[in-house]
Design a protein around this ligand. Structure first.
Ligand code: SAH
Length: 391
């Protein structure tokens, strides 16, 4: 097995618990590691640091698998899968949760979502590809799902030197899977839906809207397959509108509304920026506005442009609210830090001439665990604010 030796001082991040080592931190290799190999990482003085998956083609050239010296065995990978599942048994519902959250679970770049009796897997780095079979075996043994489906249709795989792939890895997988989340029923399109088919990270935040939607008029922007909107209906909202730019997502959302027997929810296929503007111009008012847009930035450099996008929708959302209404505002851009995002929302409040009262400032669900040593693992922000207009 090859050794990768870091530049002097670059061991500090590793000691601090961060799971990534950048290409620029590497001094040299001893042996001849191939892309995708598992290697030993040492400090410049030769001291052992970690076992890691190596890919010189990626900026993140080393992803730490273990901080113990020794071969990464099948038993080791299986123990990581078991540990991830044990944690979800404590904090989540195994039939609707993220079972494996990559670095946070010590299985870098590997994502596994559980929907009903089907699992959906993504493997997004070269070095983990060779452990995929073992991970699937472990998942079959531990979870006994009907099937495991791979959603490797993600461009980042190509940056890693992998082909994009989709298909059944184990068992059989229907096109759509039934799932229940907080007592709301959903069809999850695991083969054609966005990402793995459903955004599980907002599950606990969706439940958090229960106290203030009863009898209310609710607007859910960027509604995807209707998850926030249908939670609002479940918790007794009077009238709910969901808006998403994807007609396919709206169609799925309508079917989900039907599946739950809700008749007071409608879904509009539109650009939310335009929809918000038109609703403001028409003088419409809502009691609750939910904003859960896609990541407006995927790079640190574009944070400022993203901030303008967040500000615009928040400003319009606040204008649409009645005095004392609630704004649920989210950002899933990992580069927009929690404090930064709150500042953007606050600056929208100043321009809208409203006061914000913070009820909660939440993050991703506990099945998407955060590594305090790696702030990037906390990517989701979900602020719940009462918006006061007369004071
Ligand atoms: N709130 C959803 C997740 C939203 S993901 C949930 O909890 O499941 C972001 C969604 O925004 C996607 O469904 C995407 O189709 C939609 N979208 C992207 N750009 C949009 C735009 N300009 N206007 C409206 N929807 C948009």
């Amino acid at each position: 097995m090859a050794d990768i030796i870091l530049l002097p001082g670059k061991e500090k991040r590793v000691w601090a618990g961060h799971p990534w080592i950048f290409k620029s931190d590497i001094a040299r290799a001893k042996g001849d590691p191939a892309p995708g190999d598992t290697v030993r990482v040492t400090a410049s003085n030769g001291r052992f640091l970690a076992m890691a998956a190596y890919n010189p083609a990626s900026q993140i050239a080393l992803r730490i698998l273990s901080r113990r010296d020794g071969e990464i065995s099948e038993a080791f990978i299986r123990s990581r899968v078991r540990r991830a599942i044990e944690y979800r048994k404590t904090f989540a519902d195994l039939r609707s949760c993220r079972l494996i959250f990559a670095e946070s679970d010590g299985l870098p770049a590997v994502i596994v979502d559980s929907f009903g009796d089907v699992l959906v897997l993504q493997c997004l780095c070269l070095g983990m590809e060779k452990y995929k079979e073992t991970i699937c075996d472990a998942l079959m043994d531990e979870m006994r799902p009907r099937g495991i489906y791979e959603r490797g249709d993600v461009p980042v795989r190509e940056l890693e030197g992998l082909k994009q792939v989709t298909g059944v890895l184990r068992g059989e997988v229907p096109d759509r899977v039934r799932m229940e989340e907080n007592g709301v029923r959903f069809w999850v399109d695991v083969k054609q839906g966005q990402k793995t088919g459903f955004f599980l990270d907002q599950k606990e935040n969706r439940a958090a809207i229960a106290p203030f939607v009863r009898g209310k008029r609710v607007l859910d922007c960027f509604s995807h397959t209707g998850s926030f909107a249908l939670h609002a209906a479940k918790y007794g909202a009077g009238e709910v509108t969901g808006v998403d730019i994807s007609e396919f997502a709206c169609e799925c959302a309508r079917e989900n509304a039907e599946l739950n027997g809700f008749s007071n929810v409608r879904f509009v296929a539109a650009n939310a920026f335009d929809f918000l503007k038109e609703q403001c111009a028409a003088g419409e008012q809502y009691d609750v506005v939910i904003l859960d847009p896609p990541a407006f930035t995927k790079t640190r450099a574009a944070v400022e442009a993203a901030a303008r996008g967040y500000k615009e929708i928040n400003l319009r959302g606040m204008k649409l609210l009645r005095d004392g209404g609630y704004l649920v505002t989210c950002s899933c851009s990992q580069h927009m830090l929690p404090g930064q995002f709150r500042d953007v929302v606050l600056s929208a409040a100043r321009d809208a001439h409203v006061q914000l009262f913070q009820a909660e400032y939440r993050t991703q669900g506990r099945d998407h665990p955060i590594l305090p040593a790696a702030p990037e693992t906390q990517y989701l922000k979900c602020g719940i604010f009462r918006v006061d207009k007369n004071g």
